[in-house]
Design a protein around this ligand. Structure first.
Ligand code: NCD
Ligand code: ZN
Length: 343
């Protein structure tokens, strides 16, 4: 096989950032039909005014349809979300990052307090607005003891279960699924689905942390952290399975090289390689027929959008991932990729 033509894909989880960093990366996303742009900016996108301002910038600078992953924060009210959903249906999703678990989540709500915001989830359920969860917890709510990074997704499972039971008709998506346990939970609940980032197909915990759990490879550091071989295999299996509950969302999260190296920021910038990598991944597993639905169909169907009508083409053409891209170290820097997007 030398060339493959597929329906234009959607990108269901990306950090487009703001200001200079946004200008460096935004054009890479024009290949997609829709892009979920996460609102975890320094000043989180959590009200109507901020959503409109951020979305306008994205529209102005791109060809894709931006869907804002608007943040559920301590400042969120039912009144504000009623306005947001009335005016922006189809252009916003709700993103829940529990307080303190990742970049710019200080205004987030801790899992035990999420109950106080259930009226907003009821609204989302009634209006069919997807609720996207960063499913990790960093501290035991009772003892306040810190939970090690490798266990944070597993520790969030009881909270996700409770949500799935409380809101049987809410469209709940678990972002960047990273454990076997979460794959199982998703399969067991009809209102749960999961997006898969190439990060968790490619990387393993031991490539990033040493035996004492110390971070040794900052460029392989993203959240949720890469997990064990067993977890990685469960994610690979879910991606290859053709189960429409699992679909692509890259979690491309650029940080400048200096920020990453000096401040150990979590986030992999994988936007240069995602489609090439996934094409090779599905081809190597003799499952190329599952590539197109995984990146271009399952997510749209799950979230109630029509499928894109354009196509894109990839050719079997070797190319090398640059060691640096506009001041950002890309994931897979220096590696040779087998497939190239030609249009
Ligand atoms: C993301 C970021 O930097 O915004 N980082 C990451 O490691 N994935 C936030 C997130 O999605 O956790
Ligand atoms: Zn993310």
């Amino acid at each position: 096989m030398k060339e493959i033509t597929i329906r234009q894909p959607d990108e269901w989880h990306a950090h487009l950032r703001e200001k200079d960093l946004m200008l460096k990366v935004i054009s890479l996303f024009n290949i997609y039909g829709r892009v979920v742009c996460m609102g975890n900016l320094t000043d989180p996108i959590d009200n109507l005014k901020k959503i409109i301002a951020y979305r306008n910038k994205l529209v102005c600078l791109s060809n894709f349809l931006p869907i804002i992953g608007a943040m559920l924060t301590k400042n969120s009210t039912l009144e504000e979300w009623t306005k947001i959903t009335d005016l922006l249906y189809g252009r916003i999703f709700i993103k829940y990052i529990p307080k303190g678990v990742t970049t710019n989540s200080e205004l987030g709500i801790a899992w035990p307090e999420l109950k106080n915001f259930y009226s907003i989830l009821e609204l989302a359920q009634a209006k069919k607005i997807p609720f996207l969860i960063h499913a990790e917890i960093d501290k035991n709510p009772k003892t306040k003891k810190s939970i090690s990074e490798i266990n944070r997704e597993r520790a969030a499972i009881p909270f996700v279960k409770e949500l799935a039971r409380t809101f049987p008709n809410l469209i709940i998506n678990i972002e960047h699924v990273s454990t076997e346990a979460m794959v199982k939970l998703i399969k067991a609940h009809k209102n749960l689905s999961g997006s898969i980032s190439p990060n968790h197909l490619i990387h393993r915990y031991e490539d990033v942390f040493d035996e004492q759990g110390k971070l040794v490879n900052v460029h392989g550091y993203f959240k949720p952290v890469a997990k064990t071989k067993t977890d990685q295999h469960a994610i690979i299996e879910a991606a290859l399975s053709g189960d429409p509950k699992f679909f692509f969302g890259s979690d491309s999260a650029p940080h400048l090289q200096t920020d990453k190296e000096n401040f150990k920021r979590a986030g992999a910038f994988n936007a240069l390689t995602n489609l090439s990598f996934l094409c090779e991944f599905f081809a190597d597993h003799q499952a190329i027929e599952k590539f197109e639905p995984f990146i271009s169909e399952y997510g749209a169907k799950r979230y109630g959008f029509p499928l894109n009508q354009e196509v894109i083409r990839l050719q079997r053409q070797y190319w090398q991932v640059p060691s640096i891209y506009r001041g950002i170290v890309p994931d897979l820097a220096g590696k040779t990729m087998e497939w190239k997007i030609v249009e």
